[in-house]
Ligand binder design. Structure first.
Ligand SMILES: Cc1ncc(C[n+]2csc(CCOP(=O)(O)OP(=O)(O)O)c2C)c(N)n1
Ligand code: SF4
Length: 271
């Protein structure tokens, strides 16, 4: 039996809804391996998501799970962690879920330094609802709501999280599943608000609308256009522009929100 199998809910929730070639399954595999490496009991893990193709993940994984409302996963996750700080709380969210309808929760959880890990599956589009553009659709790229290309600039989720106060930010691509796994494993061990942006191709909508070819071609593009931050730092800017930079961008020791909050509770109780 494949080692990932014990983390799934076979029989109950399969077949899954993801299209052939969707990157979300690759990211799910990386999360499973990261959790297995850490050796955490499944009962101590809570996986929280909003709504979207990406947000279906907690339905398939056999952890404690909350499949909440669109954009609200981070708010639910913060509540879970405050209630029981011993739990490992992982948020699964999409670029639409985290940065459009859920954008306020994202920045304020970073500001508070909520002690949760956010895995943001960025496919640059709203997958579940038919390919509308999202806050990470690059300017000029097509979406069902932008047939001639978007006129809006896109967010860099890692830069946004850092600016808002996150303790840890990193980016990986589906093509490099081994690096993705390591980044997720590291993020999960960090105190405070940690974010891994997982670049996950959507061949069905983003790829088709932007004529990027099938799933294999999209992964080949990732392979050819990804550069690790350590290599990028040694290159002139013009050789990095247009590439996806991966790796750890920000990593600081912090006192997480949960600890500060609990100190206040103790103070109020006269302890
Ligand atoms: C309050 C609310 N507004 C809108 C929707 C419709 N809706 C469901 S998923 C989604 C976008 C999902 O995009 P993203 O988070 O990027 O995830 P993906 O499907 O691309 O993985 C939207 C707009 C909803 N379910 N609830
Ligand atoms: S529509 Fe896109 S994001 Fe959704 S399952 Fe299909 S390939 Fe994945």
């Amino acid at each position: 039996m494949h080692p990932s199998y014990e983390m799934l809910r076979p029989g109950k929730k399969f077949p899954h809804v993801w299209c052939p070639g969707c990157g979300h399954g690759i990211v799910q595999g990386a999360i499973i391996r990261a959790v297995q490496k850490l050796g955490w009991p499944r009962d101590e893990i809570v996986m929280v998501s909003g709504i979207g193709c990406s947000s279906r993940m907690p339905v398939y994984l056999d952890f404690n799970s909350l499949h909440t409302a669109h954009g609200r996963a981070i708010a639910f996750a913060t509540g879970v962690k405050l209630h029981n700080p011993k739990l490992h709380v992982i948020v699964i969210t999409g670029d639409g879920d985290a940065l459009a309808i859920g954008g306020n929760h994202f920045i304020h959880a970073a500001r508070r330094n909520a002690d949760i890990t956010v895995i943001l599956l960025n496919n640059n589009i709203y997958g579940m609802t038919g390919g509308q553009y999202s806050p990470t659709t690059p300017i000029g790229k097509r979406a069902s709501t932008a047939p001639y290309g978007t006129a809006e600039r896109d967010f860099d989720p890692c830069a946004l999280a850092k600016a808002a106060g996150a303790a840890f930010t990193a980016r990986g691509v589906a093509y490099n599943a081994m690096e993705m796994e390591k980044l997720i494993e590291t993020a999960l061990t960090k105190k405070g608000f940690s974010v891994v942006e997982a670049i996950s191709p959507c061949p069905t909508l983003y790829g088709r609308l932007n004529k990027e070819g099938n799933a294999v071609k999209m992964l080949q593009w990732q392979k050819a256009n990804t550069i690790n931050i350590k290599a990028a730092e040694k290159l002139p800017m013009d050789q990095v522009t247009g590439k996806i930079v991966t790796g750890i961008f920000h990593d600081v020791e912090t006192i997480p929100y949960t600890e500060i909050y609990n100190r206040i509770i103790q103070k109020a109780q006269g302890k």
